[in-house]
Design a protein around this ligand. Structure first.
Ligand code: GLN
Length: 282
């Protein structure tokens, strides 16, 4: 039987040879997951033996990770703000920069306001679940074109007891709703990568759903549709909030201004890239 330490050393080597930078950290996370233990426990007894079934399961995951399939898909879990979210392969894996979007929306809402939110392209419910948990009086509609992504979102709503304040809707942008439907906040992290960015992306990205990443030639296809069509679905004073790709904030702000929105604000992410644009319908 192999020890924890032995398996970790082997796995780190395998993952590093596959070009994975955080090889040691990832190997440790996989072993913790397989054994169902916490980091502290692993550190306390690195010499403990791993049962054969655990070893087999661990090596199978390492083998799959070698193909550069993202760890979140292998462990079916991703972390976002204070949530641990279930993800499947129909979901975009939550990114830390999306926290900036969630924070900038939350800052616009008074804690006990009864607000309705539409999250377009919700994936595993990343934005909506976070906002519903932060703002106890809000209700949310979670829209996605993928039924499988909505399954994940439903599980995450259930995990945090939010089903009663949320509705899952399958559809393509606003075509899923009648013309009179209105929300106080419309938020979206739409696909915004350009065709060239997608082609040159790191191997992990190829495993993520293209329909969650591909924003067309200039990456802006979804803003072209959402900016004008959100107007009729927002009440007066309503908020429209986007995550945008690198270099897109200026264009999206201009489109918002031209469409009649005001109070346009932009926020940078941890790498100082303009990542979020928000605006009000007057
Ligand atoms: N931020 C993601 C990435 O660069 C893209 C997400 C999106 O297209 N909305 O991998």
């Amino acid at each position: 039987m192999a020890t924890r330490k032995g398996l970790l050393a082997l796995a780190e080597h395998v993952l590093r040879s596959a070009g994975i930078e955080e090889a040691g950290e990832e190997a440790r996370r996989i072993l913790e997951d397989v054994l169902g233990i916490k980091k502290q426990e692993l550190c306390l007894a690195p010499g403990a033996e791993v049962p054969e079934s655990g070893e087999k399961c661990f090596l199978k995951i390492i083998d799959e990770r070698k193909t550069r399939k993202p760890l979140a898909y292998l462990l079916k879990r991703a972390y976002f703000r204070n949530e641990s979210l279930f993800v499947n392969e129909a979901c975009l894996i939550p990114r830390p920069e999306t926290e900036i979007l969630v924070d900038s929306v939350a800052r616009q809402i008074i804690n006990d306001e009864e607000i309705s939110i539409l999250d377009i392209g919700t994936g595993p419910g990343t934005i909506a679940v976070s906002l519903l948990r932060m703002l106890p009086k809000t209700r949310a509609t979670l829209l996605d074109i993928s039924g499988e992504a909505l399954d994940a979102a439903g599980r995450n709503l259930g995990r945090y007891g939010l089903q009663d304040r949320a509705k899952l809707v399958k559809g393509d942008l606003f075509s899923a709703f009648d013309e009179e439907s209105k929300w106080d906040v419309i938020v979206s992290n739409p696909p915004y990568l350009t065709t060239a960015e997608l082609e040159n992306a790191q191997p992990e990205l190829k495993f993520e759903p293209e329909c969650a990443l591909d924003g067309g030639k200039d990456g802006l296809d979804f803003y072209r549709i959402i900016v004008p069509s959100a107007w009729r679905h927002l009440g007066s004073g309503g908020l429209l909030a986007f995550e945008v790709g690198a270099g897109q904030a200026e264009t999206v702000s201009t489109w918002l201004r031209d469409a009649g929105y005001d109070n346009i604000q932009r926020f940078r992410d941890y790498l100082q890239i303009e990542r979020v644009v928000i605006a009000r319908k007057p």
